[in-house]
Ligand binder design. Structure first.
Ligand code: ACO
Length: 332
């Protein structure tokens, strides 16, 4: 049976930076409030003519180049996004494949909000282990600024744009294999975090709510509590299930939603500050892109070496959650 190996990582952030100071001129907030409640200092914002697929392509180009795998050997592209170029079709994954020049490919998007990259990892692993695919490009790409309400201080301070990508490949070497990926969801909490408009379930009360319902809405405080509770349990489960202890993890890479959530979960798992990867201060919450962007930061700073064990965990709209035990396995 083939195993799935995490071969390479790449990321891209758009040039424009939106600081807390900038936001305090747009809504009733302050750098102090945002920093204290979230840990975020700034986030990147894509240009008007720069789409989610463009961000994904730039991240993917780096991941492909670093993987040592030829473009023509990539046989599947999965894009995790809640801000696709087009809401119904075509999928952002098909646009990314075409812009990259990948032919004869299976390409599709998945919608699991901030857990999207972990879901994409689970899909890549399953396709590879079943023998159906050999080299899968997974992309987490978000232009969240396109679905953010910049009059709502409860959400607009949180989100940023960016993309991350990874190549997952078949291997016969069990030492290189992704150990496990857990994914979960519970639609009972759907109303905590949603974009009410744009689908077959849309109901409009007035023109004003109709316009605003295209944007993300969140019950932040309730989301926060469910996130800490669910993530702590999920991560404890995956470690226990695989007989791995917190100290065996070299890099704990949580979804970068809020410093306080990351700290609470890290503390519950007895992770040291050296183990916890933090990028939320400079990118904000980039949803499905946040985990691969954080792994890329680790890689580019020279801190991610072959064989080192990463523990990924994510939580997002749906609600959805997931975790993964992933050794970094570049081609030798
Ligand atoms: N600036 C100043 N005051 C604010 C702001 C702001 N930007 N936003 C809210 N407030 C006010 C509120 O109005 C409230 O005022 P009140 O007490 O007079 O009513 C007060 O601050 C406290 O509001 P809370 O919502 O209770 O603040 P909280 O401490 O919960 O922080 C936050 C809000 C940062 C949104 C937090 O709840 C959070 O991070 N939640 C989780 C987000 C998350 O993880 N989302 C999941 C992933 S996202 C995805 O899937 C796309």
């Amino acid at each position: 049976m083939p195993y799935a190996a995490f071969r390479s990582i790449g990321a891209y952030v758009p040039q424009k930076i939106l600081t807390n100071e900038d936001l305090s001129k747009m809504v009733d907030t302050s750098d102090e409030w945002i920093t204290k409640r979230t840990g975020i200092k700034e986030r990147h914002i894509a240009a008007e003519d720069e789409f989610t697929s463009d961000l994904g392509v730039k991240a993917a180009q780096k991941a492909i180049e670093r993987s040592g795998i030829a473009l023509e050997d990539i046989d599947m592209v999965v894009c995790a996004t809640i801000s696709p170029d087009y809401f119904c079709m075509p999928s952002t994954a098909t646009i990314i494949s075409t812009k990259l020049g990948i032919k004869n490919v299976t390409a599709f998007d998945i919608s699991a909000a901030c857990t999207g990259f972990v879901y994409a990892l689970a899909i890549a692993k399953a396709f590879i282990e079943s023998g159906m695919k050999k080299n899968v490009l997974i992309v987490g790409a978000e232009k969240l600024s396109a679905i953010t309400d910049y009059t709502d201080r409860g959400t607009c301070i949180l989100f940023g744009d960016g993309a991350g990508a990874a190549i997952i490949s078949a291997t016969q070497d069990k030492e290189e294999a992704i150990i496990d990926v857990h994914t979960g969801a519970d639609g009972e909490y759907a109303d905590l975090l949603m974009t009410p408009n744009g689908g077959s379930g849309s109901v409009h009360d007035s023109l004003d709510t109709e316009a605003r319902s295209c944007f993300m809405q969140m019950k932040g405080n309730e989301t926060f509590k469910v996130a800490v509770r669910t993530l702590t349990k999920d991560v404890k489960d995956i470690l226990q299930h695989n007989n791995i202890k917190s100290e065996d993890i070299k890099h704990f890479v949580p979804h970068q939603a809020n410093y306080r959530i990351i700290k609470a979960v890290g503390d519950a798992l007895k992770m040291t500050p050296e183990q916890v990867v933090l990028t939320v201060h400079k990118y904000g919450n980039t949803s499905g892109a946040s985990i691969p962007m954080a792994i890329n930061d680790l890689y580019e700073s020279g801190e991610l070496e072959a064989g080192e064990m990463m523990l990924l965990d994510a939580f997002g709209g749906g609600l959805t959650w997931g975790s993964a035990l992933v050794p970094f396995a570049p081609l030798k």
